[in-house]
Design a binder for this molecule. Structure first.
Ligand code: TYD
Ligand code: MG
Length: 457
């Protein structure tokens, strides 16, 4: 009797499964992203139980020593850190991001770096021709690298090549371009993306080769985004940043081999991507004269501290409703802080337009920047600059109170190292010792948003 194929419905935006078709995905709220996914007869999860992979015996957890994992250098210390200390053999890494952000460029850099460490690298490209890749490698100055390039979109033929070549590292650029001949659906559909990823990962898990899958972020229903395979892979790295700016942030959203949330700051130039030296200062302007409406905040991204500049512009509204425009923070956060300032700092902003921006195009979601936002708004409203050398650190509660955030001491030390001499901070929580420890910076302790004006202007 032929084996029944299993049909599920999968959202191409977030990867959620449903037993039947819906117009809107309940999980991510996107419309028309759910499409049929037929689990083929001889693959998918069942194929992971392949004959010949050998039945494994249960072992004691204590007998397993993680230091046996020999991680491989990517040639970019920043990316090694994001991966949790280097690339783990047998792991699958998804590299996602908007088209044009630099995924292929990064993969070519890494591929060339691995060959320098005597590793056999197979770079499968389904999107670019050999000529395009060669041109790109010239730009990056790595045209002589011993990378094996395969321009192929059939996953079966990719697997054949992998069988012959036995590479240590495989890059598939992109997972949306490859397809399995066993499936009828079009390349880039949910079925294809999932199935191809499963087939490639099955091979690499057995052969202990590391696999990079490149995936374009897309909102269109017909093409499945990389999110549909996020749960299958070991590590998910996403490129953030605006392609109009020079910098790119590579963030580990998920990592089975290290902490998630780590970021690497990279810069795109006409010779490819490079690491940014002094990343913590990268977003700072280093002005000699203080500027109205500008405050400085140390932001924690993973284990990295970035000192960023916040800017607010508060102008009387001349026409219609007051405008609130926020870039780099959630607009709701801005509204909330404006409401708190009106109530507890005694200023009336109801007839003012407020524009807010984080310089460099960075997006920050942590609450540690609340105090900095409030200070920037106050400074612009009063038209008085904040004195040079002062930074802000703290979360603001709905009662106007300022609260400590995590990592106070390392953030203060970083500020001190960069030449800041004062920082406005909240009252420490009972039991925390960051206030007593030497951070090399003078602390201005404020209880509520009402207090800060006395200290900063
Ligand atoms: P690419 O790696 O092709 O992006 P993705 O694979 O994520 O779609 O990067 C493309 C962009 O990067 C393109 O706009 C050109 C730019 N770029 C540089 O600025 N410098 C370079 O050295 C290279 C190779 C690309
Ligand atoms: Mg590309």
């Amino acid at each position: 009797m032929p084996k029944k194929t299993k049909t599920v419905f999968v959202c191409s935006s977030c990867g959620e499964d449903y037993p039947r078709w819906y117009g809107r995905c309940e999980n991510c709220g996107e419309w028309d992203t759910i499409s049929e996914f037929r689990q083929p007869k001889k693959s998918g999860s069942s194929s992971l139980r392949v004959k010949g992979s050998g039945s494994r015996e249960a072992v004691k957890l204590s007998s397993c020593k993680p230091e046996r994992i020999k991680r491989r250098d990517t040639g970019f210390p920043e990316i090694d850190r994001v991966l949790g200390g280097g690339l783990v053999p047998g792991s699958a890494v998804l590299v996602g991001g908007n088209p044009g952000i630099g995924k292929s460029t990064l993969m070519l850099h890494l591929a060339s770096n691995f060959t320098r460490n005597e590793l056999c690298v197979l770079y499968v490209t389904g999107e670019e021709s050999l000529e395009q890749l060669s041109l790109r490698s010239k730009r990056l100055g790595i045209e002589n690298a011993a990378v094996n390039i395969l321009t192929e979109t059939s996953v079966e033929r990719v697997l054949d090549t992998m069988e012959q070549l036995k590479p240590d590292v495989i890059v598939v650029d992109s997972i949306q371009a490859v397809f399995s001949e066993e499936l009828e659906s079009a390349p880039g559909s949910v079925s294809q993306v999932r199935e191809c990823a499963a087939l490639l990962m099955r091979y690499t898990k057995q052969s202990q080769a590391a696999l990079f899958l490149v995936g374009h972020v897309t909102k269109e229903g017909a093409i499945a985004g990389p999110r549909v395979i996020e749960h299958m892979v070991d590590t998910v790295l996403y490129f953030e940043g605006d392609s109009t700016y020079q910098y790119r942030i590579l963030r580990a959203i998920k990592n089975r081999f290290g902490p998630s949330g780590e970021i690497a700051l990279l810069a795109m130039s006409d010779t490819g991507l490079s690491e940014v030296p002094n990343a913590s200062e990268f977003f700072l302007m280093h002005r000699d004269t203080p500027q109205v409406g500008t405050s400085v905040v140390p932001v924690l991204e993973g284990s990295r501290i970035l000192v960023v500049e916040l800017q607010a512009l508060v102008n009387p509204t001349h026409f219609g409703l007051p405008q609130r425009v926020a870039s780099g923070v959630n607009p709701k956060k801005l509204s909330l802080l404006i409401a708190v300032l009106e109530r507890y700092a005694g200023i009336s902003l109801g007839d003012h337009d407020i524009f807010f921006n984080i310089t460099g195009g960075l997006t920050v979601s942590e609450p540690a920047i609340d105090l900095g936002i409030a200070a920037a708004i106050l400074s612009s409203f009063r038209n008085v600059p904040i004195q040079n050398g002062i930074a802000f650190l703290g979360e603001i509660g709905l009662g106007g109170e300022i609260r400590p955030v995590n990592g106070m001491l390392p953030r203060l030390k970083e500020l001190a190292g960069m030449g800041f001499n004062r920082c406005v901070v909240p009252v420490p929580k009972r039991g925390s010792d960051w206030k007593e420890k030497k951070s090399g910076i003078e602390l201005i302790i404020c209880r509520s948003v009402n207090d800060i004006t006395d200290h900063i202007f």
